[in-house]
Each structure stands twice: as structure tokens, then as C-alpha cells.
Design a protein around this ligand. Structure first.
Ligand code: AHM
Ligand code: MG
Length: 280
């Protein structure tokens, strides 16, 4: 596990550098989900892949930007699934984006998720980890090129922020009512369009709700289980919050049938997730 964390710590500064200086234009390709790829999506994927493939403990690697699983070491213990550049549609406007990693032992299914890590490329390069049996920890890249420990992250029982995605005209009435009820209670709207940044904000401000609901045109939502939804579900649970699907099911209990499977998702502190459950 340490070896994987080290590989992530080597890859992240290279991506942060690429975001500053590399070509921000589109590539001519699409990824597995049909999203148009930026050259930076492809470059970030290569940077991470090249570091992870050196790890003896990794059996296979799954990326948002690749079709199947890449087998690395037949005797490796872990499968690492990652989104190399989450929120990349915001690169052109210089918003914060990130990379998300789920570390699975054996098969890549929710119950095997052992650890989750994300990095956020903002004014600072930060890394948040939830390793096996550990609290959620925040690190920051220092001038010396090392990630220094900043603090442990824990959610309050109730927050103040409400971040909800997707096209509103496609929301269900249940979702629209929930969002309205939170605003009526005094919650503030915060939504950048990069889940890493939006979920990071809620974690560090103590709580709130992030939701990416089912819509009429995407009944299974947009966000992908293996490398977006499940890693954050683990981090939110470890921080004292919860992650649930549209029907209130715990995200970490969802059956994963395919690498690019999506699910509607709600992440938050206890109070807001109770509101989600009560709204059903
Ligand atoms: P990406 O991995 O291609 O960047 O897509 C995922 C992103 C999330 O970061 C974000 O929450 C969501 O897509 C935003 O979608 P929308 O604009 O539909 O709200
Ligand atoms: Mg993403």
C-alpha cells in the first residue's frame, strides 16, 4: 500500500506541472464513456500509469481513460482504479481539478475497496488519503518537494453547503424538493463542476451535501463507481459522513458489474444524508 501511495506522490507533482505548462487543447479521441478527451486527460493518464506500473503490489490497473484492465503483476495484491484528471472540462477556466484513486484488494468490487486517495491541483497541491484502518488525512506539497502532513479531516454532524450537479430540467421532483428544502433551511450553493474540488470543499468546511442525481437522460447518473463514487464514499464514511445512492442504499454496498458503471450519488455529513433518506 505504501508503495502505491509513493507512486501517487510521484505522479501528482508531474500532473500539477503539466496543468501549468502543457497544451490545454483537445485531442482527437474520446474516452470509454464517450467524453471528448483533452491532451491533458491523456497525459495525466500516462503519468499515473507509468508510476503505478512500477509497483510490485499491483495486479491490474483500471483507468477512466482506458477500456479494460491492464494486467501488471499476476501475483500482485491490489487493483488500482483511477480517474487521472477529474473535472478536466474546467481546465480552460483555470479551476481546481484532481485525480482520484480507489485501491481494491483482489477483485475490483465495492466490498474490496481498501483505501482511497485523491489529489487536488489548486493554488496548492494537496493530497487526501483514507488508507486501511486510518483516519482521513490531508497533506500538502512543500517547497522541498515532499508531501507534509497537515491535519486529519473529520466532518461535523451538519454543514452549510449544498452542491448538486446535472441538468436541472432532468431532475426528479424528489431531488428538486430535497435541494429546495436545504436552500430554504439556509444552505448555500457551491458547485464548481469538478467533484474533487466540490467534495474537498465540503470535507474541509465541515459538512454539507454533494449530489449527482439520476436524470431523465441519465437514469444511472454520470459519475463512475470504481474511480469516482466508491473512493469518495470510503473517504466520506471514514470522515464520519455517509455516501448513498438515489434509493438510500449505501454506495459501498452497490454491486459493480462493469468497469465504467455509473450511479447516482449523495455524499454528506450525517444530517444531510438523513434528509436524503427522509426525502424518499
Ligand atoms: P470528468 O471525470 O470527465 O471530469 O467528469 C466528472 C465531472 C465531475 O467532476 C463533476 O461532478 C461532474 O462531472 C460535473 O458534471 P455536470 O456538469 O453535469 O454537473
Ligand atoms: Mg471524473
Amino acid at each position: 500500500m505504501n508503495e502505491i501511495l509513493k507512486a501517487i506522490k510521484l505522479a501528482a507533482p508531474k500532473i500539477a506541472d503539466a496543468l501549468k505548462y502543457a497544451d490545454k487543447g483537445y485531442a482527437t479521441s474520446e474516452n470509454q464513456t464517450g467524453d471528448r478527451q483533452l491532451k491533458l486527460d491523456i497525459l495525466s493518464d500516462e503519468i499515473i500509469f507509468n508510476e503505478l506500473k512500477k509497483c510490485q503490489s499491483i495486479k491490474a490497473i483500471i483507468s477512466e481513460e482506458r477500456e479494460g484492465a491492464d494486467e501488471i503483476n499476476p501475483n500482485g495484491k491490489y487493483i488500482v482504479a483511477y480517474d487521472p484528471l477529474d473535472g478536466s472540462s474546467l481546465v480552460d477556466v483555470n479551476f481546481s481539478v484532481g485525480s482520484i484513486f480507489g485501491i481494491y484488494e483482489g477483485e475490483a468490487i465495492a466490498s474490496n475497496l481498501k483505501a482511497a486517495v485523491y489529489t487536488i491541483y489548486g493554488a496548492r497541491l494537496e493530497l487526501v488519503s483514507a488508507l486501511e484502518n486510518e483516519a482521513v488525512k490531508l497533506y500538502q506539497l512543500g517547497k522541498d518537494g515532499e508531501f507534509g502532513f497537515v491535519k486529519e479531516i473529520a466532518l461535523s454532524q451538519k454543514g452549510k453547503l449544498n452542491a448538486t450537479g446535472a441538468t436541472q430540467k432532468g431532475w426528479s421532483e424528489t431531488h428538486a424538493k430535497l435541494v429546495r428544502a436545504l436552500f430554504n433551511e439556509g444552505y448555500r450553493l457551491r458547485y464548481s463542476g469538478a467533484m474533487v474540488a466540490d467534495l474537498h470543499q465540503i470535507l474541509l468546511k465541515g459538512g454539507g451535501l454533494f449530489s449527482y442525481p439520476a436524470t431523465t437522460d441519465a437514469p444511472n447518473g454520470k459519475l463512475r463507481l470504481l474511480f469516482e463514487v466508491l473512493p469518495f464514499a470510503l473517504i466520506y464514511e471514514r470522515a464520519g459522513g455517509e455516501g448513498v445512492a438515489a434509493n438510500g442504499t449505501r454506495l459501498l454496498d452497490i454491486k459493480v458489474n462493469s468497469f465504467h458503471q455509473t450511479s447516482p450519488c449523495y455524499f454528506g455529513s450525517k444530517y444531510e444524508i438523513n434528509e436524503v433518506k427522509n426525502s424518499l
